[in-house]
Design a protein around this ligand. Structure first.
Ligand SMILES: [Zn+2]
Length: 407
C-alpha cells in the first residue's frame, strides 16, 4: 500500500463550459499542472450541493445514499438529509490517514453528516441555508467592528458577544429555520457576511488558502476543500441576486441583469479556479509531487436561462449547464495516463482512491464508466414561505428525474 496524500477541491457551482474557457487562464494546464488530465465529460451525480457532495464521499448515487430532497423533505430537514451511509473519510481514518475538511458551503458541514473528518474548518458565511444573499444591517456595524477587533475571525465569539449585548438579534434572521442551531448559525453568517473583503465575488477562498498554508498537516492526509467563489450572489444587492431562482418566481429578470450575472459569474469562476490551483500548488510543494494526488472538480454548474425552460440558477434541473462539470486530475508519475473523453462520475472517486493507494498504476481508469447518471428528486428548498412563487412552474420541477450519459 502506498499512502498517497489526496486532495479533493470542489470549486462550487462551476459549469464545464465555463471551466473549459478558464482552465488555461488559471494555469491548470501548464507548469506544475502540465501533466494533469483534464476530463471532458464529468457529470455531477446531482444538480445541487448536498446530494452531489455526498456522492463524492460515499461512491453512491443519490437514490442509493438517500441524502436528497423529495416533495416532502427539503434541505433544512437535517435529520433526513444528513449522510446515512459509510464514507471514504471513515475508511481513510481507519487506515491511518489524517482527514481534513475546510468548507465555505454551509451544507458541507458536520451537521449534515460530514462529521468524520478529524479536522474541520468552517470558512466564511455569505448566504443563508436557502442560498440567499445576506447583508449586515447598518445599525449592527459598529458593534460588529468592536467585537471583530477584539476576537478577530472567531465568528462564534463575535456572535455570542453580540447576542449577549442584544438578545433580540436572534429574531432578525430571515425566514424561520427549523432548528435553534440553524437560527444561530444563520445569524452568525449574517453578521460575518460583509466582513469579507471583495464580497460578493470573494467568498472565502483567500482565507481558505491562508489557513491551509498556516495549518500543521500530518501525512498521509485526505484534504477536502470547498470553494464558493463561483456560487451566487454575484451582485449582492437585495432585489437583484435575491431573484436568482427566478423559474419559481413570478418576476423574470431582464436580459441586461442576466448578462451582468453571466459576466460576474466568469470573474467569480476564475477566482475560484485560481484559488484551487494555488491551494493545490501549495500542498504539492509542501508534500511532494510524487506523493500527492489532486482532484479539482465542481458539485454542479449554473444556468443562466440557456436551456431547460429558461431555468436560472441550479437545483432541480438536469440540463448540461447544471450537470456537466470539470474534472482535473494531477497524479504522481507512477500512475498511467488515461483517455480524457470517457464519462467520469464523482461516485467513482472512492474506487479511484482505493485503487491508487493499493498501487494500481491504472487507477485513473476507475474514474470512468460506460454510463453515468445525474438524479434529482425535486426542489431542494422550501421557499414557498419566503417568496412569491409561481407554483405551476415549481410543481413541474418538484419530481424525480434521472438523466443518463454514455454509451
Ligand atoms: Zn454547490
Amino acid at each position: 500500500m502506498k499512502k498517497f496524500n489526496i486532495v479533493l477541491i470542489v470549486v462550487d457551482t462551476l459549469r464545464q463550459e465555463m471551466a473549459e474557457k478558464l482552465i488555461s487562464k488559471a494555469g491548470l494546464d501548464s507548469g506544475l499542472f502540465s501533466n494533469a488530465l483534464i476530463f471532458k465529460n464529468c457529470i455531477a451525480a446531482a444538480p445541487w450541493t448536498l446530494p452531489s457532495h455526498v456522492s463524492m464521499v460515499t461512491g453512491m448515487y443519490p437514490s442509493e445514499h438517500g441524502s436528497h430532497e423529495t416533495k416532502e423533505i427539503k434541505s433544512l430537514d437535517i435529520a433526513k438529509m444528513r449522510i446515512k451511509v459509510p464514507t471514504i473519510v471513515g475508511a481513510l481514518n481507519t487506515i491511518g490517514y489524517s482527514t481534513y475538511l475546510i468548507s465555505s458551503n454551509p451544507y458541507i458541514h458536520p451537521v449534515y453528516g460530514f462529521d468524520e473528518f478529524q479536522h474541520f474548518t468552517e470558512e466564511t458565511y455569505f448566504t443563508d441555508l436557502q442560498g440567499h444573499a445576506i447583508e449586515v444591517p447598518k445599525r449592527l456595524k459598529p458593534m460588529l467592528a468592536k467585537y471583530r477587533a477584539k476576537f478577530g475571525g472567531s465568528f462564534f465569539k463575535i456572535g455570542f458577544a453580540m447576542l449577549r449585548d442584544d438578545p433580540a438579534l436572534i429574531t432578525e434572521v430571515r425566514g424561520l429555520p427549523k432548528t435553534a442551531l440553524l437560527t444561530f448559525r444563520n445569524l452568525l453568517k449574517k453578521l460575518n457576511a460583509k466582513m469579507i473583503e471583495g464580497w460578493p465575488l470573494e467568498k472565502g477562498g483567500k482565507e481558505t488558502m491562508a489557513k491551509i498554508r498556516a495549518q500543521k498537516i500530518k501525512k498521509p492526509f485526505f484534504y477536502f476543500i470547498n470553494l464558493m467563489e463561483a456560487h451566487e450572489p454575484y451582485i449582492g444587492k437585495k432585489g437583484k441576486d435575491f431573484d436568482l431562482l427566478t423559474p419559481y418566481f413570478k418576476k423574470q429578470p431582464g436580459e441586461a441583469l442576466i448578462g451582468e450575472w453571466k459576466k460576474r459569474y466568469a470573474t467569480a469562476s476564475i477566482m475560484g479556479l485560481k484559488y484551487a490551483k494555488q491551494v493545490a500548488t501549495d500542498l504539492i510543494e509542501r508534500f511532494g509531487e510524487e506523493d500527492t494526488i489532486v482532484m479539482i472538480t465542481s458539485d454542479h454548474g449554473q444556468s443562466f436561462g440557456e436551456g431547460g425552460d429558461g431555468f436560472i440558477g441550479h437545483g432541480p434541473c438536469l440540463i448540461d449547464e447544471i450537470v456537466r462539470v470539470p474534472f482535473v486530475l494531477k497524479m504522481p508519475k507512477y500512475f498511467k495516463k488515461v483517455k480524457t473523453d470517457g464519462y467520469v462520475s464523482h461516485v467513482n472517486i472512492n474506487n479511484f482512491i482505493e485503487a491508487a493507494i493499493n498501487g494500481d498504476r491504472n487507477a485513473a481508469a476507475k474514474l470512468i464508466s460506460d454510463k453515468v447518471y445525474s438524479e434529482t428528486f425535486g426542489i431542494q428548498s422550501n421557499f414557498k414561505d419566503n417568496h412569491e412563487v409561481d407554483m405551476k412552474r415549481a410543481r413541474k420541477y418538484d419530481k424525480y428525474q434521472k438523466r443518463e450519459f454514455g454509451k
